[in-house]
Design a protein around this ligand. Structure first.
Ligand code: NAD
Length: 365
C-alpha cells in the first residue's frame, strides 16, 4: 500500500514526539511492505513566525491532497501573549481549529485506555478500574453550542445585560456522528451509550429521536441513553461499564477530559478526528508542553498510538495498528517509562529511547 501522510510537527515538544511517531510509521512500512510518503508542513506558532499565518494555504492544500495528517501540538507557554498585536488576531491555536474545519472532520475519537502496567498512575482505585480499561468517547466536533450564534447585549441595568449561546443541531449532523459511533461500537463490544440532557434540552430530545432511527440499521448494538450529569458520575464510580460513548461537542469536551484523567497521564492518550472520507487528523490529546520542550523528556507514546489510529481508520490496516499497540504494551511491560509515568520501580528513558524501543519491538514481532 502507498499512502501520502502530511506531518505537522507544530510547537514545543511537537517536533520531538512526531519524529518518534514517524519512525514508527517507517518501521511499520518496512515490516509490512508499505510505502508512506511523509511530508512536513507548518502550523501554529512556528507557522506564524515564518509565514505570518497559523495555517498557511500551502498546509491546507497539502492536507486536503493527503491520505492522513499527523499533528504534534501547537502553542507557546501558557500566559504568553506573543501574538496579541497580530493584525488579523491570529494565534497558534487558530490554525488547529481551522484545519479541523477545512478538512470537515466532525467526529473526534478519544480512546481512554488504561494499560494494566500503568494502573498505579490512575487516581482511581484498582478494583474500580478493573483490568484493561478501554472506553471510546466519540465527540461531535463541528456543531453544537461552540459553533452556535453568540450574542451579548449590554443594557443600562443588570437585568438588561445578557449573553446568549445558541445550541443548534440538525438531524443530518446528529445522524452522521451517531452512524460513526454505531459503526465503532459494532467493531468493539457492541455497547453504545448516547449521553445527553434530554430531560431539559430540545437538542438532546432530537438526538434521542435520531438515535432510535439510526439504531434500526445496527440491531446488533445495544443502545443506552444516559444524562450527562449521571455519565460524569458513572465514569468515576464504574468506568468499566462503558464501551463506546457518543455525545455533543460540549459534553464530549468535558467528559473526554474527565475520562483522560482516569488513565493518569496525558502523555499516553491519542485521538483521531474524522469526517465522511478516510482522510483523518491524528494527534495526541496533550498540548505543546513548553516546560519540557527540547529536553528529551516528553512521552511520545500518545503520538505513536495516534499513528496506530491512523493505520486503522484512514488506511484500514488493522494488523499493523494492532502491531503498534502491542509494541507499546510490550515496552511498558518491560518496565520502560518516560518521566511522566515513571515510578522508582521503573527504567527511566527519554523521548528518543522510548521511540527506539517501540520500533525495536515492532521489528522483533
Ligand atoms: P500541555 O498538555 O502542553 O501540558 C500540561 C502538562 O502536561 C505539562 O506539565 C506538560 O509538561 C505535561 N505534558 C504534556 N504532554 C506531555 C508529554 N507528551 N509527555 C510528558 N509530559 C507532558 O498543556 P498546557 O501546558 O496547558 O498548554 C501548553 C500549550 O499547548 C498552550 O499553548 C496550549 O494552548 C497548547 N495546547 C495545544 C493543544 C493542541 O495542540 N492540541 C492542546 C492543549 C493545549
Amino acid at each position: 500500500m502507498r499512502k501520502k501522510v502530511i506531518v505537522l510537527p507544530g510547537d514545543g515538544i511537537g517536533p520531538e514526539i512526531v519524529l518518534q511517531a514517524t519512525s514508527v510509521l517507517h518501521t511499520i512500512a518496512e515490516k509490512f511492505g508499505h510505502e508512506f510518503d511523509v511530508t512536513e508542513k507548518l502550523i501554529g506558532d512556528i507557522a506564524l513566525e515564518t509565514t505570518n499565518c497559523s495555517l498557511p494555504e500551502q498546509t491546507i492544500t497539502a492536507c486536503k491532497q493527503a491520505d492522513a495528517v499527523l499533528l504534534g501540538a501547537v502553542g507557546g507557554p501558557v500566559g504568553e501573549n506573543k501574538w496579541k498585536d497580530h493584525p488579523t488576531g491570529d494565534r497558534p491555536e487558530k490554525g488547529l481549529l481551522k484545519i479541523r474545519q477545512e478538512l470537515e472532520l466532525y467526529s473526534n475519537l478519544r480512546p481512554t485506555i488504561l494499560y494494566n502496567e500503568l494502573k498505579d498512575a490512575s487516581p482511581l482505585k484498582s478494583e474500580i478500574i478493573g483490568d484493561n480499561l478501554d472506553i471510546m468517547i466519540v465527540r461531535e466536533l463541528t456543531s453544537g453550542i461552540y459553533f452556535g450564534k453568540k450574542t451579548k447585549i449590554v443594557g443600562d441595568a443588570d437585568k438588561d445585560t445578557y449573553a446568549i449561546d445558541e445550541m443548534y443541531y440538525n438531524k443530518y449532523e446528529i445522524r452522521r456522528i451517531l452512524k460513526t459511533a454505531f459503526k465503532i461500537a459494532q467493531g468493539r463490544k457492541k455497547n453504545l451509550t448516547v449521553v445527553d440532557k434530554a430531560n431539559v434540552l430540545e437538542t438532546s430530545r432530537l438526538w434521542r429521536e435520531v438515535s432510535a432511527e439510526v439504531a434500526k440499521d445496527f440491531e446488533d448494538v445495544k443502545l443506552t441513553h444516559l444524562y450527562v450529569d449521571n455519565a460524569a458520575m458513572q465514569l468515576i464510580v464504574n468506568p468499566k461499564q462503558f464501551d463506546v460513548l457518543v455525545t455533543t461537542n460540549m459534553f464530549g469536551d468535558i467528559l473526554s477530559d474527565e475520562a483522560s484523567m482516569i488513565t493518569g497521564s496525558i502523555g499516553m492518550l491519542p485521538s483521531a478526528s474524522l469526517g465522511d472520507t478516510t482522510l483523518g487528523l491524528y494527534e495526541p490529546i496533550h498540548g505543546s508542553a513548553p516546560d519540557i520542550a527540547g529536553q528529551d523528556k516528553a512521552n511520545p507514546l500518545a503520538t505513536i498510538l495516534s499513528v496506530a489510529m491512523m493505520l486503522r481508520h484512514s488506511f484500514s490496516l488493522e494488523e499493523e495498528a494492532l502491531c503498534v499497540e502491542k509494541a507499546v504494551k510490550e515496552v511498558l511491560q518491560l518496565g520502560y517509562r518516560t518521566l511522566d509515568i515513571y515510578t522508582d520501580k521503573d527504567k527511566l528513558v527519554g523521548t528518543t529511547k522510548m521511540g527506539d524501543l517501540v520500533c525495536k519491538c515492532i521489528e522483533n514481532m
